[in-house]
Structure formats: structure tokens, C-alpha cells
Design a protein around this ligand. Structure first.
Ligand SMILES: C[S@@+](CC[C@H](N)C(=O)[O-])C[C@H]1O[C@@H](n2cnc3c(N)ncnc32)[C@H](O)[C@@H]1O
Length: 245
């Protein structure tokens, strides 16, 4: 039997350390990529305070509890809608929220950053912020209205450096198909990476697309926790903008 794409384990992140990989019965690359885990399993315990913030906020702000199709800035207010995909500790999300016209959806599988952003929403109920703790690929595909998003940010995606793991890199043709579907015409996908082989990978995937224009190092990435770490390690940062035609 084909695994259920809507099953909760994939939506919520669940406890992934013991979850076996799904068995792929459909050989098409698109379907396989949809089911491939692009993130690392969670480790460690979550504090009571963080759990409390999540319990208080997610029932009202989890985009995956909405009816399809969601137009973020109609739900949250504002004139622009953006997504911080793989928001980590939320450094970029906070920066994006500085613009009062912008509605932001922050997505990550891991709890600490989502919990801290949930706390931000507890402290500032007026903030134009939606959250999802789970696999963001499903959210982009199943909840976000077509042509409703101004920008999607993928900052410092998990590098998956080993050759046999590179299929887990989130930037893939199938991901770009979903991104293309939800971006407004002229909308942008902004990618930053400090991993040279990932930069080459982005170029390779982007080169196959005639439905986006492509620019390299055309913006400076906001200082997120992974960006700060990359600078400390002396890594070179590459940024890319794919603009929907
Ligand atoms: C290397 S971290 C970068 C975090 C943050 N963007 C930054 O710059 O500090 C990559 C993040 O992407 C998240 N991630 C990877 N694949 C994901 C997916 N399919 N859905 C949601 N989050 C994902 C991981 O959990 C991780 O927190």
C-alpha cells in the first residue's frame, strides 16, 4: 500500500528518530521527492516553557489547521505574504516581521525556534505571523493558494553533503514546481548557502528552468544563527534569487 501522504507523522514532524523511511511504490521522481525527508531527526527534550508557548499558539496560528486555499495576507492582514522555509531559530522571521505590511509564515520541523516564535506571538498578539511545525513541503503544496506569495526564503538549507544523501536536499525540481505554483508572477525564491557543493547544486537545478530567471549574489542574507556560524567557520556565503516569470 502507498504510504498516506496526509498522515500526521509527516505533518507534525512527530518523533522522527524511530520512524522508518516510507517504502516507495511509485517510481516517479516527483512522488519520491515528496516523501523524502529533507531534515534531520529531532534530538533532546523540549522545556515545559517552550511546550506551553506552542500549546498556546499553534491552535490559532498553525496554517495546516486552515482550509485550503490559504491567502496568508488575507488571514493575517498586510499587503505582502512571505514564507521563511526552515526558519531554524527564527532570526530571519523576526527581521521580516519588522515590515508592518508583511504577513509571514515560518515553518520548521524542530521545536525550539517555532516555540520562540510562538512566544513572540504570545507577547505581541497583533503580529502578522503564522507557524507550522512539521514538513513544510506539504504545507506549501496543500495549503497555500496559487499565486499568493511574494517571496519564499530558504536560508541555509540542510546541506546533506554525502553523495548518497543529496536526494534529501530541499532544492529540487519538484520543490521548484511547488514554489512556482504559489508565487505571484514576479515573486521570488531567495536561497542562501555556505556550502560550495550546495551552491553548485542550486545552479544545476536552476539551469533546468525556463520559468524562473536566476541571479547569483544579488542580495546579502540576513544574519541568522546558521549564517553567524558560517561566518565564524570562515565559509563563503552564496545567495541566489529565482524570480518567477
Ligand atoms: C541548517 S538549518 C537553517 C535554519 C535557519 N534558516 C538559519 O538560517 O539559521 C535548516 C533548517 O531547515 C529545516 N528543514 C529542512 N527541511 C525541512 C522541511 N521539509 N520542512 C520544514 N523544515 C525543514 C531544518 O529543520 C532546519 O531547522
Amino acid at each position: 500500500m502507498t504510504p498516506d501522504l496526509r498522515c500526521n507523522r509527516w505533518r507534525t514532524g512527530g518523533n522522527l528518530s524511530n520512524v522508518p523511511e516510507p517504502i516507495y511504490l511509485d517510481p516517479s521522481p516527483e512522488v519520491q521527492h515528496r516523501r523524502i525527508r529533507t531534515f534531520h531527526a529531532r534530538h533532546g527534550r523540549v522545556s515545559q516553557t517552550r511546550n506551553a508557548a506552542i500549546d498556546a499558539v499553534l491552535p490559532n496560528r498553525d496554517i495546516a489547521l486552515s482550509e485550503y486555499p490559504v491567502v496568508l495576507n488575507l488571514v493575517l492582514g498586510g499587503t505582502r505574504a512571505v514564507i521563511d522555509f526552515g526558519c531554524g531559530m527564527g532570526g530571519l522571521t523576526r527581521e521580516l516581521l519588522q515590515h508592518p505590511d508583511t504577513a509571514v509564515l515560518a515553518i520548521d520541523v524542530h521545536t525550539p525556534g517555532i516555540a520562540d516564535l510562538a512566544q513572540l506571538a504570545v507577547d505581541n498578539p497583533e503580529v502578522k505571523l503564522a507557524l507550522h511545525m512539521g514538513d513544510g513541503i506539504f504545507v506549501l503544496e496543500d495549503f497555500i493558494a496559487p499565486e499568493s506569495i511574494d517571496s519564499i526564503y530558504v536560508y541555509f538549507p540542510d546541506p546533506w553533503p554525502k553523495a548518497r544523501h543529496q536526494k534529501r536536499r530541499v532544492i529540487q525540481p519538484y520543490f521548484l514546481d511547488i514554489v512556482h505554483q504559489i508565487l505571484k508572477p514576479g515573486g521570488t525564491l531567495k536561497i542562501a548557502t555556505d556550502i560550495d557543493s550546495y551552491a553548485a547544486h542550486v545552479r544545476t537545478v536552476a539551469a533546468t528552468r525556463s520559468d524562473f530567471t536566476f541571479a547569483h549574489n544579488d542580495f546579502e542574507a540576513v544574519m541568522t544563527s546558521y549564517h553567524t556560524r558560517a561566518i565564524r567557520l570562515g565559509h563563503t556565503i552564496n545567495t541566489f534569487t529565482l524570480t518567477k516569470i
